[in-house]
Design a protein around this ligand. Structure first.
Ligand code: PLP
Length: 365
């Protein structure tokens, strides 16, 4: 019998598990779209993306297709938005913690990031308002309101309304990045910020967590003038993202396969979320505080002890436990005591063992 500690547990795996992929179905879709749309999907195309999928996304959000642009995943669109909207030195508001890659993209475009710590229901809007009243003028506020990466938190309806109102009053844009919104395992949806201020919000999402990240299909819905700029920037950078993949997504959805697939994902992920919440209760109760999300991919844990992330990751390695360094999710300092725990790609047994090991490591500090 191998020792339990011989098995490497990756508490870093924020990806969909491969058993959720549907290669046979996607092969059928690929076959169908190559037959029906071969001339279009095998040719260069407009950088805005495959028109039927743009029209479908537009219809689902009740907007004109002129406001929709498809990209090679949503991160590519975030990069384009950052490059089009931010001039070096511009203030950019972000939640803290936030998605590490997005922070990199925003910084690389020259944004001066201002982080607003997350409470259980979102950032402190009074503090945001105070800074705005004081004369600070951000160009955009990057928000992941639904089952945030990395904290798992959901912004309350009240705070969504307040930041939407502030965006209108102080004329900044909100980038609402919401790839986990459809993965709610219980409870009720909170209104999207986009629906509260469609003139001030860039809605971003993707099919990475719903069909497959490897397809690299994401979208942004933005005011038309911004989409025009994004499209020009995209054309001069990569001409267009893969129409074949966009058409596959379109066909998959048109066949009615997406909705039942999302139900299957929820049925697989909810027990994993519960397993992680239970394991945290069992092993970490006196050691940490954590979010208790009703969906998404992540639980964010804040350790009660003063540890250094570097040491935590190192001790994890020694115990065959992969941990993400929490500092990447924070703007300046902070993050040493923050641990992001993804639960979707681990079995309940791996989750139990992983959290038991994490507790042992933390206790030993
Ligand atoms: C909040 C958030 N935004 C964007 C992305 C990137 O997604 P995509 O695969 O669509 O580029 C991720 C991926 O993990 C994410 O968590």
């Amino acid at each position: 019998m191998p020792n339990k500690n011989d098995i490497l547990i990756k508490l870093t795996r924020g990806v969909p598990p491969t058993e959720t992929f549907r290669p046979q179905q996607l092969a059928e879709c690929a076959d169908a779209v190559l037959t029906q749309y071969g001339d279009t999907v095998l040719q260069y195309g407009s950088s805005r993306g495959f028109t039927p999928l743009r029209e479908l996304v537009a219809e689902q959000s009740g907007v004109s297709p002129n406001r929709v642009m498809l990209g090679q995943g949503s991160l590519q669109l975030q990069d384009l938005c950052a490059r089009v909207m931010i001039r070096p030195g511009d203030a950019v508001y972000v939640e803290e913690p936030s998605y590490d890659r997005a922070l990199t993209v925003l910084r690389r475009a020259g944004g001066q990031l201002v982080g607003f710590p997350l409470d259980g229901d979102g950032p402190d809007v009074d503090e945001i308002e105070a800074r705005l009243k004081n004369g600070e003028r951000p160009v955009l506020f990057y928000i992941i309101p639904d089952f945030q990466n990395p904290s798992g938190k959901v912004m309350s309806a009240e705070k969504r309304q307040r930041v939407a109102d502030l965006a209108r009053q102080y004329e900044f844009y909100i980038v609402e990045d919401s790839p986990y919104r459809r993965l709610r395992y219980r409870g009720e949806d909170v209104p999207a910020i986009f629906d509260l201020a469609p003139d001030r919000v860039l809605r971003m999402s993707s099919y990475s967590k719903l069909i497959s990240p490897g397809l690299r299909v994401g979208y942004v819905i933005a005011p038309e003038a911004i989409v025009d700029k994004l499209a020009r920037m995209a054309e001069d950078t990569y001409i267009n993202a893969s129409y074949l993949n966009q058409a596959i997504v379109y066909d998959y959805e048109l066949r009615g396969w997406l909705e039942p697939h999302i139900d299957e994902l929820k049925a697989l992920y909810m027990p994993r979320l519960n397993a992680m919440l239970n394991a945290l209760d069992r092993h970490m109760a006196e050691l940490a505080a954590w979010s208790k999300p009703d969906g998404g991919f992540f639980i964010g844990v804040t350790l009660g002890k003063d540890v250094r992330a570097k040491d935590l990751v190192k001790r994890g390695e020694q115990a065959n436990l992969q941990l993400t360094d929490g500092r990447g999710f924070f703007v300046a300092s902070g993050g040493d005591r923050f641990v992001r725990l993804p639960f979707c790609a681990l079995t309940p047994q791996e989750i139990e063992e992983g959290i038991a090991r994490l507790a042992q490591i933390v206790r030993a500090f």
